[in-house]
Design a protein around this ligand. Structure first.
Ligand SMILES: [Zn+2]
Length: 245
């Protein structure tokens, strides 16, 4: 599982051609300076978290990104019935299973929002096929959940199946450091909003992607059926496609 881990920061290398060592004995002087591995991705460093906007000479920058929301379903109902320790174990397990699927494909986990993971692809490590990478990560997460169903149900202490709903969208988003004391960065913009909303209408165990995302991977799935959704806060119906598992 650890074979994707790099000895130097991939973000700093790609953006600045500076080798910042985060593993191996070479990382020692960097650690002495307080530079550590980012919690968003084990191949990035804390410079990437706090300095990217400085390196880019801006508080906020626009990037092309693919945003993925993966949401643990039934969590609200579970939290009313299962014991808190079981819920915490379930959330940890969810995170542990989602994270490597995302990290292996150079995506970062920007945040855990309650029971959902917000992942970003194409920043800070750029990828020409970031939509494809996001879809591959989503497929791996769904496969893991179907393979480990009984394990997840046992952890939660409930008999009900534990499922994940995933939404993916791609476009121009804004990344920046919001607030003065904020160390890491936040992604904002309609891309994030739409990815979140499309995740909201994905069924349990489903991967829903917007037409913008589908356009980028159509060659892999030429014949998916379009579906129209009316989403809260978005005027026009949104066309989306379910990726076959
Ligand atoms: Zn870095």
């Amino acid at each position: 599982m650890d074979d994707f881990k790099s000895v130097y920061c991939k973000g700093c290398w790609q953006q600045m051609r500076v080798p910042i060592f985060i593993r191996s004995p070479l990382s020692f002087p960097f650690r002495m300076m307080g530079i550590k591995t980012s919690r968003m991705h084990p191949n990035l460093c804390t410079i990437c978290e706090s300095m990217f906007t400085k390196v880019k000479k801006n508080k906020q920058i626009d990037i092309q990104a693919t945003v993925m929301f993966a949401d643990l379903r039934g969590y609200t109902a579970l939290s009313e019935h299962a014991d808190p320790a079981g819920i915490a174990r379930l959330l940890n397990k969810f995170y542990d299973e989602c994270a490597p699927a995302i990290w292996k494909r150079d995506g970062i986990i920007n945040k855990m929002i309650g029971d959902a993971v917000l992942a970003i692809f194409n920043f800070p490590v750029e990828q020409h096929d970031h939509v494809h990478q996001a879809v591959m990560a989503a497929l791996e997460i769904q496969r893991k959940f179907s393979d480990m169903q009984s394990e997840f149900s046992d952890i939660s202490g409930m008999n009900a199946p534990v499922k994940v709903g995933i939404g993916i969208h791609t476009g121009t988003a804004s990344i920046g450091e919001l607030g003065t004391n904020y160390k890491d960065f936040t992604i904002i913009g309609s891309v994030v909003n739409k990815a979140s909303r499309i995740q909201g209408v994905a069924q349990n165990g489903e991967i829903l992607i917007t037409d913008d995302a589908y356009h980028c991977i159509k060659v892999d799935y030429p014949q998916l059926e379009p579906r129209a959704y009316n989403l809260k806060g978005i005027d026009q119906p949104v066309i989306a496609f379910a990726v076959p598992l």
